[in-house]
Design a protein around this ligand. Structure first.
Ligand SMILES: [Cu+2]
Length: 430
């Protein structure tokens, strides 16, 4: 346990710390070749779910991005018109018209919310596909995802595959909910800035029957959490409003089986294996932190991230944080908005169902950033194979593969995971 904590802490402290590696221009995208006019007409998805006009800059940028994407695809269609009549393959093609629409949790009806919750609980009841010799703590299909994330943590954070790996992972989870547990909808996201002032007031975390449960029991007398580690306290977060087991809602009795690997507090029972893959059944705890949500996930933070980082590596790095410089970023800020066990554990965090809402918002941010300059950003990439390029390693490339182990989806190349309307995917965000 100790060795892995030290290793993780050392690696964590290097996220964003190393100077950016030389950044070669991304390879020219295959078909995408048109320069975009400035978007001026109202966006597509007029047939989508009715939603109140958002005042958030974050949502405005998502809308602008979607309009860009539509113009881009329309222009492509015109460009390829004289190639010939659409074949049978094109008939099944993913388009903006037939793409799934991922929505904010608050936009789902009560019935849809309950169906989603029931599907997650179903996944936690289905037997695991991970061989028990590899991860004795993986007891359910839900745990297959947690075990895969724990297993690969040090090659999927602060690396060039961070955004595409988590995109594929979140999609695979959505597919498992649909294909194995009869869920009819899509993975909802948690729009951080919308609830940044107090996440406990959001429909996702209000503790009601249609939430994913709220805060944990309040535990007094706790110390600050140092990020990345007590020895390298780049950011000191005061304890939040919980810290203990969930108090109410559908996930009050949810069992966490895997981890911790890097626990936020000494009170969390240690895993019998140093790699966190041993069986360690315990309650799901949270420590909702207004300090994290207000400090790092407000609208201004997200807008700044989306607008001021035209280079992929800067975008991905600033999203994940630069801890030695005291910058938490929306990714870590969002994780510590949820906090506690396993939410505050870099390795085991998917053990809290909130993970997928947070990562859908990470993915929506990546999608928005791409759409703001489709031509140049769809296939953009940066970063290397090692966390914060420490130790130095080669650049991640579009040919590198994403493998989700016993989650049970085919291995894909990064180039197949950059476009949410291509490869295995067919979705957009509202
Ligand atoms: Cu992760």
């Amino acid at each position: 346990m100790k060795a892995s904590i030290v290793a993780a802490a050392a690696l964590l402290s290097s996220v964003g710390a190393a100077p950016p590696p030389p950044h070669p221009p991304p390879p020219p995208p295959p078909v995408l070749s048109l320069r975009l006019p400035t978007p001026s007409q109202p966006g597509p998805l007029a047939s989508g779910p009715p939603q109140a006009e958002s005042q958030l800059g974050t949502d405005e940028l998502a809308d602008v991005g979607l309009r860009n994407l539509r113009l881009f695809l329309d222009a492509q269609r015109v460009n390829t018109k004289n190639v010939g009549p659409p074949g049978p393959k094109d008939a099944k093609k993913c388009t903006l018209e037939n793409a799934a629409v991922r929505r904010e949790w608050s936009a789902l009806s009560e019935k849809e919310k309950k169906e989603y919750i029931a599907a997650v609980q179903c996944l936690a009841e289905k037997p695991s596909k991970t061989p028990s010799e590899l991860a004795p703590g993986a007891k359910s299909r839900y745990d297959d995802f947690v075990a895969t994330h724990i297993n690969q943590t040090l090659s999927i954070h602060g690396t060039g595959n961070f955004l595409t790996w988590h995109r594929y992972f979140t999609w695979a989870y959505e597919q498992a909910l649909r294909n194995e547990c009869g869920y009819k909808g899509y993975q909802p996201y948690y729009n951080w800035p919308k609830w940044a002032e107090d996440p406990r007031k959001s429909p996702l975390f209000d503790g009601s029957d249609t939430s994913i449960s709220g805060d944990g029991e309040f535990i007094a007398g706790r110390n600050n959490t140092c990020i990345p580690s007590p020895d390298a306290c780049g950011i000191s977060l005061p304890p939040g409003n919980g810290g203990g087991c969930l108090k109410s809602g559908p996930f009050k009795d949810f069992k966490v089986n895997l981890g911790p690997v890097v626990p936020v507090s000494a009170n969390i029972p240690p895993n019998p294996q140093p790699d966190g893959l041993g069986y360690n059944p315990r309650c799901l705890s949270r420590d909702i932190s207004l300090n994290a949500s207000q400090g790092w996930t407000r609208d201004s933070s997200v807008v700044h991230l989306l607008k001021e980082n035209p280079v992929y590596l800067d975008f991905a790095t600033n999203m994940q944080g630069n801890f030695p410089e005291g910058f938490l970023g929306v990714h870590t800020g969002g994780h510590f908005t949820i906090g506690a066990d396993p939410g505050g554990d870099l390795f085991a965090s998917p053990g809290d169902p909130a993970f997928y809402f947070h990562h859908a918002m990470i993915d929506r941010s990546y999608w928005t950033w791409q759409n703001l300059d489709v031509e140049n950003r769809m296939f953009a990439l940066g970063g290397t194979l090692t966390v914060g390029n420490n130790p130095p390693s080669r650049n991640t490339t579009l040919d590198d593969v994403l493998n989700l182990g016993f989650v049970g989806v085919p291995e894909v190349q990064i180039r197949d995971a950059v476009d949410t309307l291509a490869g295995p995917f067919c979705y957009v965000y509202a």
